[in-house]
Design a binder for this molecule. Structure first.
Ligand SMILES: Cc1cc2nc3c(=O)[nH]c(=O)nc-3n(C[C@H](O)[C@H](O)[C@H](O)COP(=O)(O)OP(=O)(O)OC[C@H]3O[C@@H](n4cnc5c(N)ncnc54)[C@H](O)[C@@H]3O)c2cc1C
Length: 338
């Protein structure tokens, strides 16, 4: 376990916000977790478990402990004709895990290629992209219960996965330090390309559709649409796509016939938040050192590299207010604001 005092988090959040934490603790071994409970009083002290900070907006210095799990082993634990089971430590970089799967001949995660962040956060966030969500493959999650000071395992069914949400953001928030995630990939994996960008890519490029070509396509499309956070700080989609009932949906469609939406379940429709922000004329809108990205309105950026968390937060409030005034729909942040 490594402990740093008065530590800058600028390189530990993809917005690149300069804030200081009182303590920064890196977990490098399972045994460190017991030492951690001697260091921190989890019932009283302020703490936060950080992955690589690709979904976080720091608005202030952090007066407490930031804890990062850096264990990153990946292991195939079971293979048969029906499925492959792979366990990865929480600190493993998500895209390294996807690459490992494909190199091992295990398919399913290819649509989730290129999502920044860690394996641990994949379960917290129920990450998703290009027609897939990671909860389709999660089998179980092991965590260290910081209050009861013991390791526990929870099955996927009990993780309460929904859109970008899980038990780890609710009942187990600030209590479960995820140590590993075990995934179960069916051998008969149905390749999924029924997503507009992927359909266009494969119909124009006439390339054979297989898991590797899907990964390459996803990486290409992502790079063409999203700003590289290493150059322009951002945390991907700042807002969730709001879900409305059929009455609200029909009302919106009658006013905005070009409304961009996806039916999600009976009588529920997901409205594209990026389309709404764009419709409000906010694409490229600049506020102090922050801005709405000029190509992808769902992404807020640290335009000059000098933005404070407050400036990005204030920009998000402006966007929310304009969207509400135009559509009477409240946008919810996907990014966690600290
Ligand atoms: C350019 C860009 C593109 C993106 N595209 C997508 C996308 O397509 N789809 C998508 O779903 N997301 C996307 N994101 C968001 C982000 O990549 C995901 O939310 C990712 O899972 C966050 O991982 P992280 O390790 O950075 O977690 P952090 O942002 O550090 O933390 C996220 C949450 O997970 C918790 N957490 C992290 N590790 C642990 C642990 N070991 N135990 C317990 N809790 C933990 C944190 O406390 C926090 O609540 C994008 C972000 C960027 C910057």
């Amino acid at each position: 376990m490594k402990i740093f005092k008065n530590f800058s988090l600028q390189e530990h959040n993809t917005f690149g916000i300069q804030v200081i934490t009182d303590y920064y603790i890196q977990i490098e071994d399972r045994g460190d977790l017991n030492l951690l409970t001697e260091q921190i009083d989890f019932s009283n002290d302020k703490y936060f478990i950080l992955g690589v900070g690709s979904n976080i907006l720091f608005t202030n210095n952090f007066n407490g402990y930031i804890i990062q799990n850096r264990c990153s082993e990946i292991k195939v634990t079971e293979q048969n004709n029906v499925y492959s089971i792979i366990r990865a430590d929480a600190g493993c970089i998500w895209d390294n895990f996807v690459e490992f799967c494909l190199n091992t001949g295990v398919y399913g995660a290819e649509n989730l290629s290129g999502i920044p962040g860690t394996v641990g956060a994949s379960a917290v966030q129920n990450i998703g992209a290009y027609g897939r969500e990671v909860s389709e493959f999660i089998y179980k999650v092991e965590f260290f219960d910081l209050i009861e000071k013991q390791f526990k395992t929870i099955s996927a069914n009990d993780c309460k996965f929904t859109y970008r949400n899980s038990i780890f953001k609710n009942e187990l928030k600030d209590r479960a330090l995820i140590t590993s995630v075990t995934y179960r990939f069916p051998k008969k994996n149905e390749l999924k390309i029924n997503y507009a960008d992927l359909e266009i890519y494969f119909s124009t490029n006439k390339i054979e559709i297989n898991p590797i070509s899907i990964r390459n396509a996803v990486l290409l499309v992502r790079n063409s649409k999203l700003p590289d956070y290493k150059i322009t700080g951002n945390a991907g989609s700042f807002f969730k796509n709001p879900i409305v009932d059929s009455i609200k949906f029909k009302h919106l469609l009658s006013i905005f016939p070009d409304l961009k939406y996806f039916p999600v379940e009976e009588n529920k429709y997901k409205i594209a938040a990026g389309w709404m922000i764009d419709k409000c004329g906010l694409k490229g809108f600049v506020y102090e050192n922050a801005a709405v990205h000029e190509k992808q309105a769902l992404v807020l950026i640290n335009k000059t590299g000098k933005a404070t968390g407050r400036e990005i937060l204030e920009l998000s409030e402006i966007v929310k207010a304009k969207v509400f005034n135009t559509f009477e729909v409240t946008l919810e942040s996907e990014v966690i604001i600290l």
